[in-house]
Every structure is written in structure tokens, then in C-alpha cells.
Design a protein around this ligand. Structure first.
Ligand SMILES: [Cu+2]
Length: 194
């Protein structure tokens, strides 16, 4: 019975701290919003989200500029402008084999796409060369988009040690990965470097 006391202490500790926590911190060395996500939770897979995510085209811009969708999720591309817009991407995470053209459509219509591969999808419109937006397909449900100063928070992360990646559209190196250990709450700043 000697082993039962440490086991009981572990159970009590888990009951006090919970077995999930919040990761919060700041992406530094980057301009504007970044996307932060956990790469994987060992031994866990995640069902595709049922709720659609919307990427609008409004005022000759992709709105919002950056949208995050969990892997397997559906993005509805809308057109709120009076002119026709197109949506295409020439790669996902640099893989040109995953390029796709959604076509061109008028005001009020929308087209949907299911993103089954994680990675960054740089969006363009072949009607308006100045338009640019991004979809970041997150590999897990544990992601956040930062505010403009880089601050983020990811809730309800199971306790454990994970790779935490930040992506930002600017700079030469677009992603940076750190290790984070969640045991209750955790803090992780992610320096993007130059
Ligand atoms: Cu356009």
C-alpha cells in the first residue's frame, strides 16, 4: 500500500489545479496580428469543426485580413461588394500542388471550401491585384489570433508539454516555434526574430 499515498497526492493536486489551463503571452518582433497555435496534442485527434468560418470581400479588401480555421473546417467566401471578386491561392504552406481557384462571383453570393491540410493559405483576387488576405489552417482546436500588439490567449488547453507556433505575414521568417508546458496556467512569449 506504500504507493497509494503518492497516487492520492497526484489525484488531489489534479483536483486543485484542474487538468487544463490557459496559455497567454505575446508575439514579439512582429508587426500587426499573428496567429498562434499548438502543433499537436500527443495521442489526440480532433473532429472537424461544424461551424463555418467566413472570409468576406468588402471595400475591395479581404475582411478580416486574417482568418483562422481548424483543420477540416469549412470557410465560406462571401462577396459584399457591388463588383465581382475572385478568390484563388497558388499554394498552401508553400506547396503549389495545393493551389486552387474558387472562381469569380458577384455580390451576395458565396462559395465554400473545406481545408483538410494545415498551413498558411495566401489569398489573392485575380480581378484586383492589390487584394491580399490569409487563411491559417490550424492543426488543433488550440489556436488564437493576437491583437495588434501581439497579445494572445488560448483557453482550456490540456496539461502537457507542446510545440507552440506563431505565424506572422511580415518579415523573412514567417513562423517561430517554442515549447510550452501547461500545468494550470502558462505564459509563453514568442519572439519572431528579424
Ligand atoms: Cu477582388
Amino acid at each position: 500500500m506504500r504507493s497509494s499515498i503518492p497516487a492520492l497526492l497526484v489525484i488531489l493536486a489534479a483536483a486543485v489545479t484542474g487538468n487544463a489551463g490557459t496559455i497567454h503571452g505575446k508575439v514579439t518582433g512582429a508587426k500587426g496580428q499573428s496567429v498562434v497555435y499548438i502543433e499537436a496534442i500527443p495521442g489526440k485527434t480532433f473532429p472537424a469543426p461544424t461551424q463555418h468560418v467566413v472570409m468576406d470581400q468588402k471595400g475591395l479588401m479581404f475582411m478580416p485580413h486574417i482568418v483562422v480555421v481548424q483543420k477540416g473546417g469549412i470557410v465560406d467566401f462571401k462577396n459584399e461588394d457591388s463588383v465581382e471578386h475572385n478568390v484563388f491561392w497558388s499554394s498552401i504552406n508553400g506547396n503549389r500542388g495545393m493551389g486552387h481557384n474558387m472562381g469569380t462571383w458577384p455580390h451576395g453570393q458565396s462559395r465554400s471550401f473545406t481545408f483538410t491540410n494545415a498551413g498558411v493559405v495566401p489569398l489573392l483576387c485575380n480581378v484586383h491585384p492589390d487584394m491580399a488576405g490569409y487563411i491559417v489552417v490550424a492543426p488543433t482546436p488550440y489556436y488564437a489570433i493576437t491583437d495588434k500588439s501581439g497579445v494572445y490567449k488560448i483557453d482550456n488547453v490540456p496539461n502537457g508539454t507542446y510545440k507552440l507556433t506563431a505565424w506572422n505575414e511580415g518579415g523573412k521568417i514567417h513562423t517561430h516555434t517554442v515549447s510550452v508546458t501547461v500545468s494550470g496556467d502558462a505564459s509563453a512569449d514568442i519572439p519572431m526574430g528579424r
